[in-house]
Ligand binder design. Structure first.
Ligand code: MV4
Length: 448
């Protein structure tokens, strides 16, 4: 195993990675910005270094400074966490060039999956079902109209460099398409520096179901079941659970095997996630692949009993996965909710000092946090401050534990989305397991 690694991240995920390092006897190097000088992840690191100003561009995205710190401290590998540099192919490539292990897949694979057009192409070639659409950049609005006619409206116009909801638009007829085209292209160019767009058939009110995979450097690729992530608000996930209440065991296995086929076809190594849209008729379509550890990885850990960070480290260190697909268990039911520092009425971030913080406790309750009492939540970073993960013997048991845990959760000093999370947990539609992507808009609009 590595003796020392650098964690190029902050907040709850930096703390989470450090915990596994501690249990494996791996020493940790933390990094911090001006705003984070006293942050929890700095306190937890064995050693920590300042990387720059409060804005991420000056600190957590400062590749050269981070590489320099890794070299100076003798860190053998860098764990990028999620967000920030985790899917930055140029950073992975710099690590490769410097002989520092990037805890993730090869840089070429990150680049390939980062382009939605390239990833569609690769998946089509591998025989993975993709949403009906095209796998090349549209040349102009006339081609878009022609393609949309071929697949039939409604269609979705998407930025190739996009993902996470930015640079995409549903269009329901030709007039709407003509109106949307130039604006969407401009937004994609402004936001991603790449205006390339493609077009897909729009799947109405789909389930968002993602498969966790784990792949070592020796061609062993396994699926660790799925996560149901349909409950979102404006592309921000709110609730994630495993297993999905929507899948039967036959579809679960079929999607798992398809995800393994997808990962194998691109020579994937690391933990990874294949996102699918699933329609009412149980058709599933590849959406995109995330080449990193995800925020919602704990629900998979809870039902499989595996530590995903540990396996990321072991794989990066050149170890073989010692278990087979048949040995990956699916035990009980886990639900995660994300606690955001935001105004429950306006959904704007709510910076400030955490005056009081009481986490729920009890059997089957797990808290992941980047803050403690007296932590300052700044406007510079993602407003997610903690995750609550509950595990039960079945979904009903997990929902009960979620409700009880949310009842005792206390945060003072900043506003949070806890009222909305309580509304979700108490909602009969959620309790019945009818989780779809329109849940928040349909059942909670105007509430909380
Ligand atoms: C779609 C779709 C319907 N049809 N693509 C949203 C995030 C981005 N990664 C892709 N997204 C979608 N792509 C087609 N062809 C619907 C969504 C979508 C969605 C997907 C997953 C979870 C929540 C969502 C909310 C709105 C739209």
């Amino acid at each position: 195993m590595f003796s020392k690694i650098l964690i190029a991240n902050r907040g709850e995920i930096a703390a989470r990675i450090m915990r596994t390092c501690m249990s494996l006897g791996v020493r940790t190097v933390g990094i911090y910005s001006d705003a984070d000088a006293k942050a929890l992840h700095v306190q937890l690191a064995d050693e920590a270094y300042w990387v720059g100003g409060s804005r991420v561009a000056e600190s957590y995205l400062n590749m050269e400074r981070i590489i320099e710190i890794a070299k100076q401290t003798g860190a053998e590998a860098i764990h990028p966490g999620y967000g920030l540099l985790s899917e930055n192919a140029a950073f992975a490539k710099r690590c490769e060039a410097e002989g520092i292990v990037f805890i993730g897949p090869a840089s070429g694979v990150i680049a390939q999956m980062g382009s939605k057009i390239e990833s569609r192409k690769a998946m089509e070639a591998a025989g993975v079902p993709v949403v009906p659409g095209i796998a090349h950049p549209l040349s102009d609005v006339e081609e878009a109209v022609e393609v949309a006619d071929r697949f039939g409206y409604p269609v979705m116009l998407k930025a190739s460099a996009g993902g996470g909801g930015i640079g995409m638009q549903v269009v329901r007829d030709e007039a709407e398409l003509r109106k949307a085209y130039a604006g969407n292209q401009k937004r994609a160019a402004d936001f991603f520096g790449d205006g390339a767009m493609y077009l897909e058939k729009f799947i109405e009110n789909p389930h968002h179901i993602e498969i966790q995979v784990l792949a070592d450097s020796f061609g062993n690729t396994l699926f660790l079941w799925e996560r149901e992530c349909s409950i979102q608000r404006r592309h921000q996930k709110v609730v994630e659970e495993a297993p999905s209440p929507f899948l039967n065991s036959e579809l679960r296995i079929k999607m798992g095997q398809t995800a393994v086929q997808a990962a194998r076809s691109i020579g994937y190594r690391n933990a990874g996630t294949i996102e699918f849209l699933v329609d009412d008729q149980h058709n599933f379509y590849f959406l995109e692949m995330n080449t990193r550890l995800q925020v919602e990885h704990p629900v998979t850990e809870e039902i499989t009993g595996l530590d995903l960070v540990e396996w990321q480290l072991r794989i990066a260190n050149g170890e073989r996965l010692p278990f087979r697909q048949e040995e990956v268990s699916l035990d009980g039911h886990a639900i995660e909710v994300r606690i955001y520092a935001e105004d429950p009425k306006t959904f704007f971030p709510s910076p400030g000092t955490v005056q009081k913080l009481v986490f729920p406790e009890g059997p089957g309750v797990r808290n992941e946090t980047g803050v403690n009492e007296q932590s300052v939540v700044t406007p510079f970073y993602d407003p997610m401050i903690a995750k609550l993960v509950v595990k039960g013997s079945d979904r009903q048991d997990a929902v009960k534990r979620l409700q009880a845990a949310l009842d005792t959760y206390q945060v003072e000093g900043i506003k949070t989305n806890l009222p909305m999370l309580r509304d979700v947990a108490q909602h009969p539609v959620f309790q019945a397991g009818h989780t779809t992507t329109d849940f928040v808009a349909k059942y909670l609009q105007g509430k909380s």
